[in-house]
Design a binder for this molecule. Structure first.
Ligand code: B12
Ligand code: SF4
Length: 390
């Protein structure tokens, strides 16, 4: 009997093949945008012009601006941008909390997402030639690349931009990481995500403790707790310190209050499982971390970005806001830290805990201190203690 010939199945397009592979790799969302100047590029120029980027000078360098505006400047001949998103939301009920503990933003609780993303994106990029059927040039980026990620994600149909400036997907919400592959392969672009789910809700604008969301989709990074605790290298401006509460790395407030995040699925990525060392760390304990302890404890997490001195600066601010006398020994230790940044913020925090021990330790340090800025912090703290009855 002659063999029966099975009807050929419908051939999938290269774009569909790429999307299927992205989903198989575990990405929650994938879409394709044309490698064109983002529609809201002028918004970015205006953001820079207003100085909203603060000290993130890498975003304002002429070559970096050119590459963000024109993807072909990064990859000559670029025709498509494959945009992927990974949900990192894990319910945080039951995690240790309390005023004596620091709050770390959800995105940083597990393994460093850059590494997780790079591994998955690398595998997608390596498979690209096979998926589209010819040789291709491709470059993968996540976060620090010269790519306006949210603009391209909206163009690729992944979601809309909320008033808190987050890319929001109607089912998955905004606790998403984005990543891209720029390629010269001609893939079929998706429709941009529409409509723009705006409405009258302004919960994020109202909830932001520092007023960083100056109006819908306008975020002054210089005021954002995420910038202040992660990106800023120097001292945190004094008027902003009391507004930070116990946030020691990043901030989720404008996402936590967003109604689109009310009933979202949990992340399927095991690498985002919160690490013991990062969830609700005791503030006092962190103040005793040596450089070596810091690396041992936080290696492989996003917290290494702000380095030990940045984290201890944030911890000092959180202790000052907690203002509990039980933290005095830790602050006094920090007042003698090798890093002026840590000493100055510990001085500030001591000024928030009226007590003889705070006053005498500040006075003692004053006799030894050689750094002008730390001395200024000590004087201000002593003045604050003088007017605060013990
Ligand atoms: C610099 C930066 C920051 C800065 C400034 C943030 C900001 N809102 O600009 C600081 C340090 C404050 C920050 C904080 C956070 N960040 Co950040 N950050 C970046 C980075 C590196 C660049 C962003 C940028 O270019 N900002 C400048 C402004 C002008 O650009 P934009 O926000 O992308 O805005 C675009 C659109 O909004 C668009 N636009 C404006 N109006 C309109 C209107 C319409 C209709 C449309 C379609 C578009 C549009 O114009 C812009 C240009 O395309 C990106 C990675 C990247 N390469 O893009 C991550 C990124 C934006 N951050 C991310 C995250 C997770 C965070 C935090 C949640 C971390 C935390 N928990 O602490 C917070 C959230 C704070 C907040 N509400 O934005 C994710 C966001 C994912 C998402 N769902 O949107 C990104 C994409 C990193 C990643 N790869 O996943 N971040
Ligand atoms: S992350 Fe926090 S500080 Fe930054 S805009 Fe959102 S609520 Fe404000």
């Amino acid at each position: 009997m002659a063999p029966t010939r099975l009807p050929a199945g419908p051939r999938i397009t290269p774009s569909e093949a790429v999307k299927r592979r992205a989903r198989a790799l575990g990405f929650d969302l994938v879409g394709i945008a044309p490698a064109e100047r983002p529609a809201h590029a002028d918004f970015y120029i205006e953001w820079l012009r207003r100085g909203y980027g603060g000290e993130m000078h890498y975003m304002a360098r002429p070559d970096a601006v050119r590459r963000r505006l024109e993807p072909v400047e990064t990859l000559p001949g670029a025709r498509s941008i494959i945009v992927v998103a990974l949900n990192y939301h894990l319910p945080d009920d039951g995690l240790p909390a309390g005023p004596e503990r620091g709050i770390v933003a959800r995105y940083a609780l597990g393994n460093d997402y850059h590494r997780i993303f790079e591994e998955k994106l690398g595998r997608l990029a390596d498979a690209l030639a096979e998926l589209v059927g010819h040789e291709v040039n491709a470059r993968a980026y996540v976060d620090y690349g010269p790519v306006l990620e949210r603009g391209h994600a909206q163009r690729a149909g992944l979601g809309w931009i909320g008033k808190n400036t987050m890319l929001i997907h109607p089912r998955i919400g905004s606790f998403l990481f984005l990543g891209e592959i720029l390629t010269d392969a001609a893939l079929q672009p998706d429709a941009p995500f529409l409509p723009d789910h705006w409405g009258t809700c302004e919960r994020c604008i109202e909830a932001c403790p520092t007023g960083a969301i100056t109006s819908a989709r306008q975020l002054d990074a210089r005021l954002c707790i995420s910038y202040l605790t992660i990106e800023l290298r120097g001292p945190i401006p004094r008027p902003l310190r009391p507004l930070i509460g116990s946030r020691i790395f990043g901030c989720d407030i404008c996402q936590d209050v967003c109604p689109w995040n009310d009933a979202i699925p949990r992340s399927g990525e095991l690498g985002f499982t919160p690490r013991e060392a990062v969830i609700g760390p005791r503030l006092v304990e962190l103040m005793y971390l040596s450089e070596e302890d810091f690396h041992h404890r936080f290696q492989g997490t996003a917290l290494t970005r702000c380095k030990r001195r940045g984290l201890l600066r944030n911890v000092a601010v959180a202790i000052g806001n907690w203002a509990d006398p039980s933290a005095l020994p830790a602050l006094i230790r920090g007042l003698h830290d090798e890093e002026p940044l840590v000493r100055g913020h510990c001085a500030w925090a001591l000024g928030k805990i009226p007590s003889p021990a705070a006053g005498s330790s500040l006075q003692e340090r004053r006799t030894l201190e050689t750094d002008a800025w730390v001395n200024e912090e000590i004087e201000l703290a002593l003045a604050e203690l003088a007017v605060t009855p013990t």
